[in-house]
Design a binder for this molecule. Sequence first.
Ligand SMILES: Cc1ncc(COP(=O)(O)O)c(C=O)c1O
Length: 356
Amino acid sequence: MFAVMQGASRGDDVYEEDDSVQSLEAHVANLTGHEAGLFCASGTMTNQLAFRASLLTPPASILCDTRSHVFRYEAGGLASHSSATVYPVEAIATQGHHLTVQDLEREFISDDEDVHMAPTRLISLENTLSGTVMPLQEIQNIRRFAKERNVRLHLDGARVWNAAVAEGCRLKDITSEFDTVSLCVSKGIGAPIGSVLVGDKGLIKKARHFRKMFGGGWRQAGGLAAAAHWCIENVWPTMKETHTLAKHLAEGLEREGRGAKVYIPVETNMVFLDLAGSGIRLSELSRRLEAEKGIKIGNSNAPETQTQVRLVLHWQISKQAVDDFVEVVKDMASTTTTPAMETLGQDRNKAAYGSR
Ligand SMILES: Cc1ncc(COP(=O)(O)O)c(C=O)c1O
């Protein structure tokens, strides 16, 4: 990766003169079945640019899963940048797995509603969400629903690379169903930085303008683009193994953790662990993992009441590291005399995301 970064072009991307950036943008556009791409500094930026370039005149609202990143973890950017409000939607029909048309229908606001309401102009989905995969069939149903109502469809595809691998389909089978897609390269793909927004040429031109306005136009971004390109070619193909390893970790933790629970299905590379039933303290687990196996998970100062942790696997994590992790949990579970703690009213989702 560092070698290709050294060999990258040194053009000025603000003037669209950098070959490595252009090549990455064209490559991701092609992989996703869209006309054009825009390489940016972060997934938050590519989500926010998609909304800003799509939602032109207030009043406007968007529908998204109540747990979604664009609603909870983007510092209120939607309201600030796009003057839009969010109606968060609960995934009731699937008991919290993913949104369905049925869920969206409940919250949809048409232009004919009274003036108290901000009409739905855009639906934003997230795939994967907490590591779980939205079935392609459901995406296609929602696409039809959005089209019939003339609203735009955005995908926060920070981890859509994982979703395609887990579904066993082409990336574009998922992404071409959307008007805009944000794809992070800094997460499962393993690049140092960045995210690519894809859409039609007009939308991307507008987003490029807004990016400049937000101060996000960057000059010699070629080295970063080259790293991302290399990772798509070399890391993405290893993702299936990472998913298998995540399952292996989850099974080991439940088997040896004596009451430890994995509370969200492991469908890609994330393991959401709740230690409440095992009596193992998260802070102590963290300290022992680091001291005995050189594994850092943070949380060494976790409060007594925190029992949940999100573990995210990537291509550089070995099977040995996973086995070492399970071994420490096994040892702690066999010597723990503390009675099992209750999950003290934790907001599961908050605790999970909060553990980053
Ligand atoms: C689903 C999802 N979307 C968007 C983002 C934002 O990415 P960034 O941290 O690059 O702004 C994240 C970050 O964790 C995420 O998990």
